[in-house]
Design a protein around this ligand. Structure first.
Ligand SMILES: [Zn+2]
Ligand SMILES: [Zn+2]
Length: 254
């Protein structure tokens, strides 16, 4: 039985934990280290079981606690090679000790037994940003967030996942009529921004989802340009679960 939790999602912070038989990995650490510990404890997880942290990219809502995680636990922190080589200032600012600083690349899965973690590039305004697919105990989890457009590769990753965590960031109408100035609207809706409800729905359609067998969690929902109700309405054929901003959701699959 694989236990997992969306420890939180949205612009206030993003983090996921996956656990099998007392061995765990984290993906993203976008809250304070203390807050991640509290959220894990609330879901029945233990930081001492965490063997590695994988970062999708270095925006603070994903990487905030990566440095302190590495310094406190001495466990590896993975980013893509492109991220480490090109997001230099942000990477150095995390102050990850050299012994914990690891890289991963598309096409070269990392095994942190019993987990195998593969990455794929996303399209975001943060160098080397990626999504992840986690294989463990015959189950497959895929995380696709922080991407302004989706690729055929992402569609295939979504198609093969048992549990999918998919960004459904904004409603285009709410973005256009909401509080964001034009330059920010362009950033969010641009090719290196975020996925809209419509894009997320199209990705699910392209991946052949029909609302029956697979589980979908809709995450990274904007507080300003979306509501959980709007997402639920846009996604009603898919029987998807809408993760409210900042809230924890723990479940298992066997
Ligand atoms: Zn981001
Ligand atoms: Zn983000």
């Amino acid at each position: 039985m694989v236990r997992f939790s969306v420890l939180g999602s949205g612009s206030c912070g993003n983090s996921y934990v996956f656990s099998l038989d007392g061995q765990s990995i984290l993906i993203d650490a976008g809250y304070s280290f203390k807050q991640i510990n509290l959220r894990m404890e609330a879901g029945g997880f233990d930081m001492k079981d965490v063997m590695a942290l994988f970062l999708t990219h270095l925006h603070p809502d994903h990487a905030h606690a990566a440095g302190i995680f590495a310094r406190k636990t001495a466990k590896p922190v993975y980013v893509t090679r492109k991220c480490r080589d090109h997001a230099v200032t942000e990477y150095i600012a995390l102050n990850i000790p050299e012994t914990s600083a690891m890289v991963t690349e598309p096409g070269s899965p990392v095994t942190v037994w019993p987990f195998t973690v593969s990455c794929f590039y996303t399209s975001h305004d943060s160098a080397g940003s990626c999504g992840y697919t986690v294989d463990v105990d015959g189950k497959r989890f895929t995380i696709i967030t922080d991407t302004g457009k989706y690729s055929q590769e992402m569609v295939e990753e979504a198609r093969s996942a048992d549990v999918l965590f998919l960004e459904s960031n904004y409603d285009i109408q709410m973005l256009r009529t909401g509080p964001y100035p034009l330059y920010l609207q362009k950033r969010v809706a641009g090719e290196r921004g975020h996925l809209s409800n419509d894009q997320a729905r199209n990705l699910l359609l392209d991946a052949g989802y029909d609302g029956s067998s697979k589980r979908v969690y809709l995450v990274h929902i904007s507080a300003n340009n979306n509501t959980p109700e709007t997402v639920a309405q846009a996604m009603c054929p898919f029987n998807a679960f809408v993760c409210r901003r900042g809230e924890c959701y723990t479940d298992y699959i066997s």
